[in-house]
Write a protein that binds this ligand. Structure first.
Ligand code: GDP
Length: 200
């Protein structure tokens, strides 16, 4: 599961503008600031492949990266901008949901969850929506190099509470991986996991 080459295939404003769906595809999703761009850059070992432009209200884009000429890693707009107007949030949901439900080659969603903060309702809601729509999902905890945040909340406890909440409330048991773009933790595991899902 090595990344030998990565090609940026373009940004799409609408799901129907995406590259032809002729290859297995993984979509990365998460709250704004979860560490999505950093993780993409760390996975492909390139600085700034995933350009970081994420101001609230800015046009939202679906970015396709072709890896090893064989599969797509897809960067979706972050959700949950603290200060976005309600209308922008609604746009996000119909836009992204349309993509999830119609993309035939979608192998799974990587839902990024910031392990340095206690569970957030918006992430739990998102996991629940994905689960209810029977889309395969892997929970990717980010920033696992931090052991505690500034409030003294512990990463291992945040992870445990998130897992318990989705198990109890939504009866879903997605696989999960702990990652850090700062240390490279979980990078190989995540690449291997995706290669197994592609060949499944
Ligand atoms: P995005 O909005 O989801 O694309 O998030 P970014 O990748 O831009 O990261 C948001 C912030 O989190 C930045 O300040 C990063 O430096 C920080 N960050 C991202 N990944 C990690 C990580 O693995 N560990 C730590 N400690 N900080 C991280």
């Amino acid at each position: 599961a090595k990344v030998k080459e990565v090609e940026f295939m373009g940004s799409s404003v609408r799901p129907k503008d995406c590259p032809k769906d002729d290859r297995p595809e993984f979509a990365m999703l998460g709250r704004s600031n979860v560490g999505k761009s950093s993780l993409i850059n760390s996975l492909v070992r390139k600085k700034e492949v995933a350009l970081t432009s994420k101001k609230p209200g800015k046009t939202q884009l679906i970015n396709h990266f072709l890896v090893n000429k064989s599969w797509y890693l897809v960067d979706l707009p972050g959700y949950g901008f603290a200060n976005a107007p309600e209308s922008a949030r609604m746009d996000w949901s119909s836009f992204t949901k349309g993509y999830f439900l119609n993309r035939e080659t979608l192998v799974g969603i990587l839902l990024l969850v910031d392990a340095s903060v206690p569970p957030k309702k918006i992430d739990l809601d998102c996991a629940n929506w994905i689960g209810r729509n029977n889309i395969p999902m892997t929970i990717v905890f980010t920033k696992c190099d931090k052991t505690k945040n500034s409030k003294g909340q512990r990463v291992d406890e945040n992870i445990k509470s998130f897992q318990e909440l989705i198990k109890e409330n939504y009866k879903i048991h997605p696989p999960w991986i702990m990652t850090s773009s700062a240390t490279g933790l979980g990078r190989d595991e995540l690449l291997l996991h995706m290669s197994q899902l592609r060949n499944y």
